[in-house]
Design a protein around this ligand. Sequence first.
Ligand SMILES: [Zn+2]
Ligand SMILES: [Zn+2]
Length: 154
Amino acid sequence: MAKHSAGEFQERFHEKNLKLTHPRQAITQKILSTRAGEHFSADELWERLRRKGERISKATVYRTLHLLVEEKAVEEHDFGKGQKYYERMVERPHHDHLICIHCGRILEFENSNIERLQGEVARREGFIIRYHSHKLFGTCSSCRRKAPPPARLR
Ligand SMILES: [Zn+2]
Ligand SMILES: [Zn+2]
């Protein structure tokens, strides 16, 4: 998916006539300052804002996150952990994820062959892909070292 700069993204707020209220600005700034590849829940984001002395309701955090997801500035993921996770997509290239079902570690990957093949699959069906999200669930290398491998699954 396309890369977005921070400025571009502020501009879109203006275009859509979305007021950059103080809570929205604080939430947006916090997200823009997350590390590349950091995946956080809405509650974690709320907690970080609270530690910074921001008094923002959880409802506002949720609403602003949804707004940012719609603007493609943030991606929302279900990593099978019982809550949604988010990550900054501003100034970040598209990528997919490997999720360790033992320790919860999330690894990112990008494979041009997969990207190309899924395009072929869609084309054959006359289907237009709007977005995609590959999630591979399994055992990471450090968890594999700790425990014997499970019986082979088919
Ligand atoms: Zn990611
Ligand atoms: Zn693991």
